[in-house]
Design a protein around this ligand. Structure first.
Ligand SMILES: Nc1ncnc2c1ncn2[C@@H]1O[C@H](COP(=O)(O)OP(=O)(O)O)[C@@H](O)[C@H]1O
Ligand SMILES: [Mg+2]
Length: 350
């Protein structure tokens, strides 16, 4: 039987992020699943420009992007313990809520900024808090902490905007070719290039700096990428490990959302003991970065069987076809039970 909660949940979607569109799709799925199991949902969209609108339309129409026409300007009042949504249409109407569920991907949503608003107001979050969200968005600091926790990471070098091109080229020669150039903080493969030789380096560096003021040069890890869904606060459970099969290039924005030349296998086509090792590494990283409620931990599996951490997505894609729900479904946890568990974990004071 579906669990029901006597709670009003604010669901945030959209946001000033390159992953705005994907957030609309994830939120449509979350709203559809959450609505029958809670007292009320308060859907709030953030436009690409950063305007907050209380959405009064049909949740399933979100992905069509006309949602703003059904939105009332709103803002939050941040008085501690009484976080309220205040309509800015002259009505003075206020709506209270018990917990906030940010379904926002990328910058200004998955990176601790929005989480800070709710922590300040003392409102429980369905998801990671400020510190873990910020750390997981930062590929350099996340690697450093994962390495300290005993999980292998790719060799890398980090540079700020004022770094000399010679220093960057020198670091690239030391790492060897091919290598990856990435913004330290971004998502959905934006600003990421696979660089085959020194001639391609300057353009890749310039592209990565368009997305962030710090960039990472990273050795290319051979083998393939695997993902592991983690759920929990103190006791952690993991989903099935999945596998990304690429036939060319890397998992760039187009491939992630069209799977034209790539495929996702869930469960991964690997021996059970390797899957168990990946699940253990994923939990270790989740704990080291202070995650709570849920996150998807991505790692590489090399041809010689090494497990190497890549990144954590604290708000992974959440449509019915997305990887996180798929990994949980493969262990018998269907989307409604999964979302119910997330609400339960979110309102826990941990
Ligand atoms: N060090 C690496 N070795 C091999 N492939 C990589 C490496 N870093 C990134 N990739 C490829 O690039 C994709 C995007 O990189 P990732 O760091 O996961 O950024 P994003 O946050 O945008 O998903 C990965 O899914 C993978 O296909
Ligand atoms: Mg990734």
């Amino acid at each position: 039987m579906q669990q029901s909660f006597d709670k009003t949940i604010l669901v945030l979607f959209g946001g000033c992020s390159t992953e705005y569109e994907i957030s609309l799709q994830s939120a449509a799925s979350v709203l559809g699943t959450l609505t029958p199991m809670v007292r009320r949902v308060l859907p709030v969209g953030i436009t690409r420009e950063g305007r907050w609108l209380r959405y009064l339309g049909d949740p399933s129409a979100l992905s069509e992007n006309h949602w703003q026409q059904a939105g009332i300007p709103c803002t939050l009042t941040l008085d501690r313990g009484s976080c309220r949504l205040l309509w800015l249409d002259g009505s003075g109407r206020q709506e209270t809520f018990d917990a906030a569920f940010p379904v926002l991907h990328g910058k200004n949503g998955e990176d601790g900024t929005v989480q800070g608003i709710f922590e300040l107001a003392g409102v429980p979050l369905i998801g990671c808090g400020v510190l873990s969200s910020a750390l997981c968005m930062d590929k350099d600091r996340a690697h450093k902490l994962a390495a300290l926790a005993g999980v292998a990471v790719p060799k890398s070098a980090v540079f700020r905007r004022d770094a000399s091109p010679d220093d960057i080229a020198g670091a690239a020669e030391t790492l060897g070719w091919p290598l990856f150039v990435k913004p330290v903080r971004a998502g959905s493969s934006f600003g990421i290039s696979r660089v085959e030789n020194a001639g391609q380096l300057p353009d890749a560096v310039a592209e990565a700096f368009r997305h962030d003021c710090e960039i990472l040069l990273e050795e290319a890890v051979p083998g393939f990428e695997v993902g592991c869904a983690v759920l929990g606060n103190t006791e952690l459970i993991t989903g099935a490990v999945d596998e990304i099969e690429l036939s060319k290039g890397f998992f760039n924005f187009e491939e992630k959302y069209t799977l034209k030349t790539s495929a996702i296998h869930c469960p991964a086509r690997i021996p059970p003991e390797k899957a168990a090792e990946i699940q253990a590494a994923a939990k270790r990283v989740y704990r080291a970065l202070g995650c709570r409620v849920f996150a998807r931990v991505d790692l590489f599996l090399t041809p010689d069987g090494r497990v190497i951490f890549n990144e954590v997505n604290t708000i992974p894609g959440f449509t019915a076809h997305s990887r996180y729900p798929g990994m949980m479904r493969a262990t018998g946890l269907e989307l409604p039970e999964l979302v119910a568990k997330m609400v339960e974990l979110g309102v826990q004071n941990t």
